[in-house]
Write a protein that binds this ligand. Sequence first.
Ligand SMILES: Nc1ncnc2c1ncn2[C@@H]1O[C@H](COP(=O)(O)OP(=O)(O)OP(=O)(O)O)[C@@H](O)[C@H]1O
Ligand SMILES: O=P(O)(O)OC[C@H]1O[C@](O)(CO)[C@@H](O)[C@@H]1O
Ligand SMILES: [Mg+2]
Length: 437
Amino acid sequence: MSSSYDTRIETIGPSKVTSPLPLWRYIEDRETVPMNLDPEMIGEEPNGPIPLEIEVAGPRSNLFFDPSKTKCAIVTCGGLCPGINDVIRAIVMEAHHNYKVPSVLGIRFGLQGFIPSYGHPVEELTPDSVSHIHEFGGTILSSSRGPQPPEDIVDAMERMNISILFMIGGDGTMKAAQAIQQEVARRGNKMSIIGVPKTIDNDVHFVSKTFGFDTAVEKATEAIGCAHAEALGAPNGIGMVKLMGRESGFIAAQATIALKEVNFVLIPESRFDLHGSNGFLRHLEKRLDKRGHAVIVVAEGAGQELFDRKGADPSGNIILGDICSLLRKEILDHFHKKAQEITLKFIDPSYIIRSVPANSNDRVYCGFLGQHAVHAGMAGKTSMVVSMIQDRYIYLPLSLVTQKRKTLNINSNYWGSVLASTGQPSSMENPEKNDNC
Ligand SMILES: Nc1ncnc2c1ncn2[C@@H]1O[C@H](COP(=O)(O)OP(=O)(O)OP(=O)(O)O)[C@@H](O)[C@H]1O
Ligand SMILES: O=P(O)(O)OC[C@H]1O[C@](O)(CO)[C@@H](O)[C@@H]1O
Ligand SMILES: [Mg+2]
């Protein structure tokens, strides 16, 4: 099987320490599983299945690190996401109970926690201190955005004598992990950097589904159900829901398919015109004429071509134009000019869908991700992430997941199913650009 992707996982050195785990089926080091990946699921062009040999996650019989002398650390970066606490808990429990490592440190407030001038004290995480944290949303360690010098981070790791760093975060965090790993390698340090991809946007390249996404979609459907009830509750009622999704419309698309009550879903990957014969407002008008109500789901990053660029957040993420305010104004103006009575109700559940505790599916997922992250670190693997693809827990190199951000392919069967569910046209762009009034 040949592929243009290098899936080999880096190791720090030979594994000479016998694992203390009893009664496990150990995974042979470098045991791989052949996979034919669906390109749509991992953000690649749909040019047929991608054949890959991927390293299977799980406990190794030989370890690089001697557990009795190993200190681990966990850091959480970027936006919140359901299930972060579950991953933290799983790492701490696995490291303490099964490997009997003496110390797992919690780095507070993302990468800032490594930099002494911020004054965020590190926290010793123990089975007792984390036993109930999965009941809460958010991250007990807190998070932050903004770059910190990899040199300073590795200095801090040296001072604290950290052997394994678990980094829980999104696409930005995985890039930060790579930068830290490069600094570790430059110094010739024996330290392992393990990423656990997290983000409700589900935009991590090569990862079919990040943890927390399932919960976020479930919560989003509650808001859409309410918008539908509101839309039905008035003549020409329109319910509009704003969902997160900066550059990738996965939450909006998945919640749309899940609920089937949505008539328009607007995502960053699919441009649209507001006015004109094929513009969004014209199609909304037709929908109201036909059915007397409409539900619109908007990913926050949709329609950004309608705004001037507004700068970036501390991590370099583009600050988005407020698409829902613009849509509300345009919809009200449009029907006012036509002297048509409408009622528009707007629901913004953005932070609610990402700050809730994880649902059962995500809990199971997070538990395994945490355990497999520890197995990888103890075996001396590095510069990698743990994930699940096609129901198998696997390890992937950081270099693969940081290549680009995953976006929804609008030429895919998946997007076709979303459109079939809403009934909206496949394009709401005018054939002639001057037909936009
Ligand atoms: N290219 C990069 N190189 C080094 N560090 C980076 C890079 N991009 C982002 N980071 C750092 O990683 C951390 C998290 O990044 P960011 O705020 O973009 O969130 P994220 O991990 O993408 O999560 P989410 O998208 O879910 O909010 C920040 O501290 C940021 O400065
Ligand atoms: O307001 P914050 O916390 O910076 O984060 C908002 C962003 O974070 C995300 O939830 C990703 O984690 C995006 O969907 C959203 O744009
Ligand atoms: Mg991100």
